[in-house]
Design a protein around this ligand. Structure first.
Ligand SMILES: NC(=O)c1ccc[n+]([C@@H]2O[C@H](COP(=O)([O-])OP(=O)(O)OC[C@H]3O[C@@H](n4cnc5c(N)ncnc54)[C@H](O)[C@@H]3O)[C@@H](O)[C@H]2O)c1
Ligand SMILES: N[C@H](CO)Cc1c[nH]c[nH+]1
Ligand SMILES: [Zn+2]
Length: 431
């Protein structure tokens, strides 16, 4: 971990730089994958499974039988844990259903919005380095509540050519309609353009590695919507003397173990807290099965001592982390200072893993600084809101003249006429 002490404000944007990738090379590779999928469809997906996942597939579609068999392979203990997470995530996302009122802007002019589920959605579930079945709950539950009709799921096949049984169990639980064994940029391309077996969808959701994230960015130009850029995981921890260094270390490592391109950042108002947390990281990382991945991620990572906690929060706002943990007994006093973060964890007992799995909030969150302008996935992500309006004769009479004047000023006579005809009818009816 690179360590800094009281850096000048002008230096802030040079610290904690996210791991850099050659954007041009990535762009070219992912563009060529999308082009190939558009041209060769399923065959391209099968070829990429061999090239990138080292697995020979005959079939992309996951059959009913495979799903049924998987249910028996998941232990009762894991099923119960998934059920608990399902209940909490459902409760939190159901609470986001808000019926907006009908607003009478002027007497006789009623306007309202109705949320309608996006009919066909594509859910990408990462599977490269770990089978993230928890992501199915995060995407499938709001899709289910929103009333989306077709839930298409793509995830990379495991080395044995199969999908992890917990993924299939969770997919069944949230009512996924079709599951396919394909991952990476090619899966995103397939859902964007459609192939012989994979249906084209209207919006693509889900996190993934740099290839997945780039593909989501590029397919937007083809008319498909995406949730947000949700790439390699990150956490920024602000810790003061009231933190528990062992907890802080565990939280930092929980994101470092996701991938070598994950980034973790530690900030404090005193050097001794930084040192205590770093020592705890060294102790804990040695014991992790994914030690090598975490150690690589730690080379991208930074620890900084600032003058005070307010300054730490100001730095965090500039960095805009996916996850922000305030490891302090006084965490709540900083809430109003936070302006940029995907999801915030307050106090020593609010570990980031809680949000990853089971507290109820969504773990699909903006990374790479995009927390400055994007929210994480929520129920809203799965609906579009259609506006309605209904005007009575009294309503059009009240606002008609203003519309006629504005339409004339824009030189749009047909617009004006649509009002004039109605106003004339109302006035003639009165004579
Ligand atoms: N931001 C969020 O909300 C969030 C949530 C969960 C996970 N994540 C992140 O998602 C990521 C998951 O990544 P992952 O790799 O484990 O799984 P993944 O499913 O995103 O990617 C695996 C796929 O990448 C493709 N691939 C691998 N090497 C390639 C290469 N050299 N060229 C082209 N394509 C290649 C393969 O097709 C493979 O199937 C992690 O970085 C994790 O931190 C983010
Ligand atoms: N921390 C990840 C989001 O960055 C989500 C996740 C899934 N499983 C474990 N963690
Ligand atoms: Zn995680």
């Amino acid at each position: 971990m690179k360590t800094y002490n009281n850096p000048k404000r002008e230096e802030w944007n040079q610290l904690a730089l996210r791991p850099s990738i050659n954007q041009q090379e990535l762009d070219e590779l992912v563009s060529s994958i999308i082009k190939n999928v558009k041209l060769n469809g399923d065959q391209a997906l099968i070829d990429y499974a061999l090239q990138f996942d080292r697995v020979a597939l005959n079939e992309l579609y996951v059959s009913e039988k495979e799903i049924e068999d998987a249910k028996n392979e998941v232990s009762n203990e894991l099923k119960s844990a998934i059920q608990l997470a399902y209940a909490n995530i459902s409760t939190f996302h159901q609470s986001q259903q808000i019926d907006e009122p009908i607003i009478e802007t002027v007497k006789g002019v009623n306007c309202w919005r109705k949320p309608v589920g996006i009919e066909k959605v594509g859910l990408y579930i990462p599977g490269g380095s770990a089978p993230l079945f928890s992501t199915i709950l995060m995407l499938g539950i709001p899709a289910q509540i929103a009333g989306c009709k077709e839930l298409v799921l793509c995830t990379p096949p495991g080395k044995n050519g199969k999908i992890n049984p917990a993924i299939l169990y969770a997919a069944d639980l949230v009512g996924v309609t079709k599951i396919y064994k394909t991952g990476g940029a090619q899966a995103i391309a397939a859902m964007a353009v459609g192939t012989d077996t994979i249906p084209q969808v209207y919006k693509i959701f889900g996190p993934g590695n740099q290839y997945v994230t780039k593909a989501k960015e590029l397919v937007q130009q083809m008319g498909v919507a995406i949730d947000m850029p949700a790439g390699p995981s990150e956490v920024l921890v602000v810790a003061d003397q009231t933190c528990n260094p062992e907890f802080v270390a565990a939280d930092l490592l929980s994101q470092a173990e996701h991938g070598p391109d994950s980034q973790v950042v530690l900030l404090s108002d005193n050097e001794s807290t930084i040192k205590a947390c770093q020592l705890a990281v060294e102790r804990q990382v040695a014991l992790l099965p994914r030690k090598d991945t975490a150690l690589k991620a730690l080379t991208n990572s930074t620890a900084i001592t600032f003058q005070n906690i307010k300054e730490c929060i100001a730095f965090s706002n500039q960095y805009a982390p996916e996850h922000l943990i305030i490891a302090s007994e006084n965490a709540s006093q900083y809430v109003n200072d936070i302006t940029n973060a995907g999801s915030v964890f307050l106090g020593n007992y609010s570990c980031e893993s809680a949000g990853d799995y089971a507290s109820g909030t969504n773990h699909t969150l903006p990374t790479n600084g995009f927390a400055k302008n994007y929210s994480g996935v929520s129920l809203d992500s799965f609906v579009k809101k259609i506006t309605f309006q209904e005007l009575s004769a009294e309503g059009i009479e009240k606002i008609g003249e203003a519309i006629e004047i504005m339409a004339e000023a824009e030189g749009l006579d047909a617009h004006k006429n649509a009002v004039t005809l109605r106003l004339n009818k109302i006035r003639n009816g009165r004579n």
